[in-house]
Design a protein around this ligand. Sequence first.
Ligand code: SF4
Length: 408
Amino acid sequence: MPFHERRISPRQSYHPLQASAVSIFQKPHTFQLSKAHGALFDDPVLIEHLYIHIPFCPNICPYCAFYKESAGRERVETFLDALLRETEAWKELVRPRTIFFGGGTPSALSIPQFEKLLGGLHSRLDLSGLEEWTIEMNPATVAADKAALLREAGINRVSMGVQSWDDDVLKSLGRTHDAEKAEESFHTLRQAGFDNLSIDLIFGVPGQSLGSWRESLERSLRLAPEHLSAYGLTYEEDTEFFRKLGRGEMAPDEGLEADQFELTATLLGKSGYLQYEVSNYALPGRESLHNSAYWSGKDYLGLGPSAFSTVGSRRWRNIRETGIYSETTLAGKTAVDFEEVVTEELKSKERAAFGMRTLLGVPEEEAAPWERDLVGMENKGLVTLSDGRWVLTARGRLLADTVAEVFI
Ligand code: SF4
C-alpha cells in the first residue's frame, strides 16, 4: 500500500483547491441512479480514467488519514454489490484507458471476492481501449494464486507499498510485513507475469537514518522495478502520528528529510529513472498514465466510498461511510456528500499547480497570470524558464508545495 497523503487522486479526503470553488450544495444528497448520467452534463462526455476505492484494511496504520475500515465478509459482499451497481449506472459514459484500484488495501480482497469484482467489471465495461490497469498491493497480502488471477483478468501494473526495507522503520509505521516478505512478494508478482511494477517508499520517518534510507533505495534498485514513488511522511489530522506530534512524542527533522529527498533524486537519476513528478520516478516510458491524467487535468470518475470525481465542470465526492454508501447505492440512488462547480479559472489553477510538480512544468502562456510571482521565484532559484515552459529547479523540487501555492 503506497503512502498516499500527497498523492493527487480522487480518493483525497480534501481537495487542495476545493475551498476556492463554488459549492453548490454541501449536505449529503441523492439522485436517482435510474436517471441517465449523461443528462447531468451540458456536453457529451466519455470518461477515460476510472478510480475504484476499496475501503478495507486488515489493520490501520498510525499515519494514515485515508478512508478505510476493517473488513467483515458480509460487509465486503454488500459493498461489492453496491460498487457493481454504481458501475452499471455509469457504464455508458466510461471507456477506460486507465483503471486504478486504490484504498484501503484492495489486495486484501479474497479470491472469490476478486472473481466477483473483476467478472462484474468485465461484463459491464467496454475495456477494449484499456492501456493501464493498476492495483495497489500490500506485500503482506500478495500470494501466487491471487497474482495469477489479477494478471489473467487484465491488471497489468502493481503499485506495491513496501514503504521501507528496514524492519525497524516498518514497525514504527505499523506495517504488518517485513522486508523479507516484501522481497518475496515482488518476485511472486514478477513470476505471475507483471512487467510493470512500482515500489512505494516513505522517507522522513522519525528514527530513519540517512543510511537506512539509502539502503531502502539501493535494495529497491536491485529489484529493478519500472517505477518508484518516494513520499515524505506527513502528519495528517485524525491520525495517531498527528496526536503524537501534538504531544511532542514525535519530531520531524526537516534537514534530514531534505537530505533524504536529494539522495533519492541522485541515486534514482543515476540509475536511469526520470523524476517525472516530484515524488515519482520511472524508467522512460513507464510513467503512470493514470496519475499523469490527474496531473494534466483530465476528467476522471471515482467509484466507491469517499472517491472524488471530476467530469466537465462538476466535481463530487461519494459518501465516505461504506455502510451508507452501499445502502444508498443499492437502493438505486447515487450517494454523494459533496459537489462543486469547477470553473475554467479553477481548472487552470489546478493544471498549473499540479503541472508545476511535473517534469513538463507549465507552458509560459498558461502561466501568464502568475508571471510576476514566477519571476520572483526565479530570482530565488526555485523555478526557471526552459523551452517556453516554467519548470522547477533542483532547489524548487525540494520546496514544490510552496511553489505550487502561488497558483492557488
Ligand atoms: S494499509 Fe490502510 S491504513 Fe495502512 S496506509 Fe494503506 S490505506 Fe492507510
